[in-house]
Design a protein around this ligand. Structure first.
Ligand code: FES
Ligand code: FES
Length: 944
């Protein structure tokens, strides 16, 4: 464990020690993927480093450099090892197999193809490690049983998939036949098409932020504050630069043209490099740029930084009572207040038949994407005054990055080009800029390409988290269980800087009464500054926290009213024609009641199983001993897209002379599948097979602004844009052919064809003129969901549509240890229309795994859990079998009826598990996560 007040600078000590440990290079001979290699290298170097940097085998990923994540797993003499923990000297004379070596005769192996077909790769950052672990197993055990798969994959973490599709895939490789290359002709929507961007992920050829850089790129190392609150002074840097001739520059706040950034135009409160004051541990203080080995060898004691410590404001109460605000513009440390008010809550609670109330708190939760922030930037020369900066990096929001970096460097937006790398997970954490402005600043100032990769501790201490929350609520119902009022008060710790605090404070009140028809609602929130880590966007924008509250209180009301918990939710489920807390009347696609109906059989069976199990345990061990089984149900809703504010997306699609269709797709695929779903939608609107599609992804020079990949918006918003673009191109092609609107389009080589009962038409594409993108014709579509502003009481229509879900968790609680094992899970989601059921299920599985982590184990403490050893996320052994039910209550505004599922997948999970714990052990855990210690303590207190 690290002491948060230790004197050394974050990230410096370990890197410097590693460099100092380096000795003289030797020639090490070994075989990689069957090929003899002889490398001149220090024998103590990490195998992962040698593979990636010297052999350019970047398929082997590095997620932690500490043996915790397994992303770097390779086979050494057919046994899986972590390449980051293996010294290259150890592999002399031995066989190393990496993901690049799995292909057979340049064709993907059966194992790799099975990953494609089963949707086992989402972001792909864990995929090489998973493949290698599975390869070891399948060589020894060609037809493994589930436990063997769980054991084999146990050392590799995945943050996206929820593991179940990977387990299914490994068990299904042998004897399976794959036809994933079969062309899909029409009707792509609804098909289980393999992810179109997955081939590179399973082959190891996909380029993530750390995988590509120009020759001669300098290395960027960020020096960060070890203190949560301090002033500092940087002394004379001259001696340091003299001592290290390959240290090219030390950048400080003075070097940043506009030293502030932030998500919202009215709150640019975060500096790129702190100007003499740090507000959280991990804040960037200065940047060292130069030769990598030299930059990393500089010891913290050599840096002329003098600190003057100040008392940090560590929690909500301290912040709200402090007379020393973190920021001058927020004298009470409140960033923003949110409010929704409808009806007369006090009167309704006064006359309610039953009232339930409680206080709940949640912790900082880390995104823990497997790929740390990485990339490079390069100054590109143009005509006088027209130089540009190109940034290749992982991001969820290329156009927002472009605006922000242009502002920081005081350039025009068109002088900044963002080229998104493949992204190894985001979940909201890569919506904020992180390494990008530092790379851009260094490259711009030094006129040299500059690359950088955050270490795992650096990524965890410096980037955003889920907001810790303190929430109080009272809910009331009548004697029949019908909700009459909901009263909610929530404070959300937004940390040192605003990030997405405004969004959280405004989204939560809208959702705080749950997906129910409640006539009287009062929901107030505050986002509060502290000297804690920055809290930002994380899958749900605060709604997962507030759902814990309403779903606990609904269970309490069900108990008081003597109504089954699932039935109480069904009674209250909001339906078409009813109004939300903001007074928005639901017009369509309101499928919560159907979700609950789909779960009814599993719910009843789970309760029966629990009763039998508990009777046996009680008979065997007696009261208060052994295990107890419980079932919990929870429901959720989620407004798709931005809250009220504009939310547009534009897509373009072109037809090339060679008969290929190119989708200019600015919607970054962070693993959720938009690079497959959007072509599916576009293909059907265009009337050509999706197998004809190629894509240009994310590049701000080549694609239109599709908005950010967040808020579950890409399927709904960009999906509509893709549909309109497809229809636009179809119209243009039919006009070129002179064919009627009902004609069927076709492509035969370079010939565009159309036919219908009225005739046949064709043109030769390779004789056509083309535009600047080499397209014969281009279609464009834009969509911005209709919303209305909220009035001072939060009344209005903040979203065009909502996702709904209900989930049932089955858990076993060890009464003496306090441990909780989730043994079974059922999820029913109203997604409007499942454009690609495999991708939708993958999102649901992944969301459930993250919700399970939030419920039971994830709790970030800066300085104590800045790694994937002390910060626990679910492993393959923690995620139970999951049964998914896709409810398709079509959204008339959605593309082919679709809504979104990214956030909804997670939101009901933690409350379902907490309700199951209550059912099993009779204790209500009100501070998340429900660690064994907290569960055990609650059981002891309950037994007194
Ligand atoms: S990078 Fe080797 S285990 Fe994480
Ligand atoms: S697919 Fe496993 S970490 Fe993203």
């Amino acid at each position: 464990m690290n002491d948060p007040r230790r004197s050394e600078l974050i990230g410096v000590a370990s890197a410097a020690a590693a460099e100092r440990a380096a000795g003289d290079a030797q020639c090490i001979a070994f075989r990689v993927n069957g090929r003899e290699r002889c490398i001149s290298v220090n024998p103590g170097s990490r195998l992962s480093e040698v593979l990636r940097e010297q052999l350019q085998l970047t398929g082997t990923k590095v997620g932690c450099d500490a043996g915790d994540c397994g992303a770097c797993t390779v086979l050494l003499d057919s046994r899986q090892v972590c390449a980051c923990l293996t010294a290259v000297g150890q592999v002399a004379g031995r066989d190393v197999l990496t993901v690049e070596g799995l292909a057979v005769d340049d064709e993907l192996s059966a194992l790799q193809r099975a990953f494609l077909v089963h949707g086992a790769a989402q972001c792909g950052a864990c995929t090489p490690g998973m493949l290698m672990a599975a390869a070891e197993l399948l060589r020894a055990t060609p037809a493994p049983v589930e436990q063997e798969v769980l054991d084999a994959l146990g050392g590799v973490l995945c943050r996206c998939t929820g593991y179940r599709k990977i387990v299914e895939e490994v068990m299904a490789v042998v004897g399976a036949e794959f036809d994933e290359t079969r062309p899909i002709v029409g009707q792509a929507v609804g098909r289980r098409i393999a992810k179109l961007d997955s081939a590179g992920k399973v082959a190891g050829s996909e380029l993530y932020g750390a995988d590509d850089y120009p020759a001669g790129a300098l290395w960027l190392r960020v020096v960060r504050s070890p203190h949560a609150h301090a002033q500092f002074r940087i002394g004379d840097l001259g001696p340091l630069l003299l001592r290290y001739p390959d240290l090219v520059a030390v950048l400080t706040a003075k070097d940043v043209p506009e030293n502030s950034f932030g998500i919202f135009s009215e709150v640019k409160d975060q500096p790129v490099l702190a100007p003499g004051l740090v507000r959280f541990r991990g804040e960037a203080v200065l940047a060292l740029v130069g030769n990598r080995a030299e930059v990393m060898s500089i010891a913290e004691s050599e840096l002329p930084i003098e600190w003057s410590l100040r008392s940090p404001v560590t929690d909500l109460d301290a912040a709200l009572s402090s007379t020393e605000p973190l920021h001058r513009f927020a004298p009470d440390n409140v960033l923003v207040r949110g409010r929704v008010q409808k009806g007369d809550v006090d009167a309704a609670l006064e006359t309610a038949a039953f009232v339930a109330e409680g206080t709940f708190t949640t912790s900082y939760v880390e995104h823990a994407y497997i790929e740390p922030e990485a990339g490079y930037a390069q100054r590109v020369h143009g005509a006088a005054g027209q130089d540009r900066v190109r940034i290749f990096s992982c991001t969820q929001t290329p156009y927002m990055d472009r605006e922000e970096i242009a502002r920081i460097l005081q350039l025009r937006a068109d002088q900044v080009r963002i080229v998104p790398s493949a992204i190894g997970g985001g979940f909201g954490g890569k919506l904020d800029i992180a390494i990008q402005p530092l790379l851009a600043l260094a490259a711009w100032k030094l006129n040299r390409p500059v690359r950088g990769i955050y270490s795992r501790p650096e990524s965890m201490c410096s980037t955003t988290k889920r907001h810790p929350a303190r929430m109080q609520a009272r809910f009331g119902c009548d004697a029949q269980g019908r909700l009459v009022a909901a009263d909610f008060l929530g404070d959300f710790n937004t940390g040192a800087y605003a990030s997405w605090g405004n969004t959280v404070a405004n989204r939560v009140p809208i959702h705080a009464c749950g997906p129910y028809s409640v006539p009287n609602v009062r929901a107030h929130t505050r986002a509060v500054y502290t000297n804690g880590p920055i809290a930002g966007a994380f899958r749900g924008f605060g709604v997962p926290q507030s759902t814990v509250v309403h779903e606990a209180l609904l269970d309490e009301l069900a108990a008081k009213a003597g109504i089954d918990p699932l039935e109480l939710r069904w009674i209250n489920a909001i339906r078409v024609g009813q109004a939300t807390a903001t007074g928005q009347v639901m017009r369509a696609s309101c499928g919560l009641a159907q979700c609950l109906e789909r779960l009814r059989p599993a719910w009843r069976e789970a309760q029966t199983l629990a009763a039998g199990f508990n009777a046996r345990e009680h008979a065997r061990y007696g009261s208060g001993k052994g295990r107890r089984r419980g079932a919990g149900v929870a429901a959720m809703w989620y407004g798709i897209g931005n809250t009220v504010i504009a939310n547009p997306s534009t897509m373009r699609v072109g037809l090339r002379r060679n008969g290929r269709v190119v989708l200019y797709n600015g919607a970054v695929d962070i693993g959720q599948g938009s690079s497959t779903i959007l072509p599916q939608i576009c293909a059907d609107a265009l009337g050509l097979p999706v197998s004809l599609f190629d894509q240009v992804m994310g590049d701000t020079d080549l694609t239109a602004d599709a908005g950010k990949t967040s808020a579950s918006r890409q399927t709904f918003v960009s999906g509509n844009a893709a549909r309109l673009a497809g229809a636009d191109l179809r119209g243009k092609l039919l006009a070129l052919l002179g064919a009627p609107s009902d004609a069927q389009l076709g492509i035969e080589g370079a010939q565009l064809q159309a036919h219908c009962q009225g005739g046949r038409w064709h043109i030769e594409l390779d004789r056509m003129a083309v535009d600047e993108n080499a397209d014969v014709a281009l279609g464009e579509g834009s969509f911005d969901p209709p919303t209305t502003p909220l009035d001072r009481n939060g009344q209005g229509a903040p979203y065009a549509t909502y996702g709904f879900a209900a989930q049932v968790a089955e858990v076993e609680v060890d009464l003496e240890l306090g441990t909780v094992k989730v043994v079974n899970f059922h999820a029913a989601h109203d997604v409007g229309r499942a454009i690609n059921p495999t991708q939708v299920e993958g999102q649901i599985h992944g969301g459930i795994a993250q919700g399970l982590g939030m419920a039971l184990m994830e709790e970030y403490h800066s300085g104590r859990t800045d790694n994937l050893h002390d910060y626990l996320i679910p492993t393959v052994g923690d995620v139970p079998p999951i049964t998914t039910h896709l409810v398709e209550d079509p959204e008339p505004l959605g593309p082919y009826g679709a809504k979104g599922v990214g956030e909804p997948a997670l939101i009901a999970t933690a409350p379902a598990i907490l309700n199951a714990i209550h059912h099993a052990a009779g204790v209500r855990i009100s501070h998340l996560p429900a660690t064994p210690e907290r569960v055990r303590r609650a059981i002891l207190e309950n037994s007194r």
